[in-house]
Design a protein around this ligand. Structure first.
Ligand SMILES: [Zn+2]
Length: 225
């Protein structure tokens, strides 16, 4: 493994053999580098010995994570099925507008979670982006004006950048951790997610929780329309 990148929710490691190792961390999966001979514990699912003498540990208490070795063809097929990366400079409001028009009957929240539509956005960040863009999650993609699409594109990028800067979101249930056992600081900066019945930070109206496509959505009914 000489370089690691991300594609949607996959961690992608091209190998010298041409094969591609992909890792999907899901809920509780974690990768970390261990110096020397660190022992496996009961949640260690794989240890990869690296040429540098260190080893890459894959630890996953709940076992939802996946590690898969793909041929170059299999990886290319996966890559082609995925939507654009929100933090790629080519992801513009224009690109989002074209994709939204192609799926104009779809509700915007489930669409944002569809990895074929847009890669790498999860439930928490979709809620936060829609709140910042002041858009109701049940709006149909085709109903968004050019200005609303622009707001949404900017909100998605801003939320992801800030979350990465804060090293992710560790909720009070402690689910997400990274490295050996570190937590991310974005939970304190969430404006709607997990704030049901608390006052909206913009207008004071209580935040509501809705069930949309079997996922929970958090909105301010006053700010988002
Ligand atoms: Zn509000």
């Amino acid at each position: 493994v000489t370089q690691i990148s991300r594609r949607a929710k996959y961690i992608v490691c091209p190998l010298d053999s041409g094969a591609v190792l992909t890792v999907h961390l899901r809920m509780t999966g974690r990768l970390f580098l261990a110096a020397g001979q660190q022992e496996a514990d009961k949640h260690t699912r794989a240890i990869l010995d690296l040429d540098s003498g260190t080893s890459l540990h894959f630890r996953d208490p709940r076992k939802f994570g996946r590690m898969r070795l793909m041929s170059p063809e299999e990886y290319a097929a996966l890559d082609a099925r995925l939507g654009p990366e929100p933090l790629d400079p080519t992801f513009t409001a224009g690109v989002l507008a074209v994709r939204a028009t192609a799926r104009k009957r779809a509700r915007i929240k489930p669409l944002l979670l569809d990895q074929h539509f847009l890669a790498g956005l999860g439930n928490i960040y979709a809620d936060e982006a829609l709140f910042r863009a002041r858009l109701h999650p049940l709006r149909r993609a085709g109903s968004l004006s050019a200005e609303e699409v622009e707001r949404l594109q900017r909100a998605i990028v801003a939320v992801l950048r800030e979350a990465i800067e804060a090293e992710g979101t560790t909720l009070s249930d402690g689910g997400y951790r990274f490295g050996e056992d570190q937590s991310g600081g974005f939970a304190e900066r969430l404006r709607v997610y997990g704030r049901t019945d608390q006052p909206c930070l913009v207008c004071g109206h209580p935040i509501r929780r809705l069930r949309i496509a079997s996922r929970s959505s958090h909105i301010c009914p006053q700010c988002q329309s």
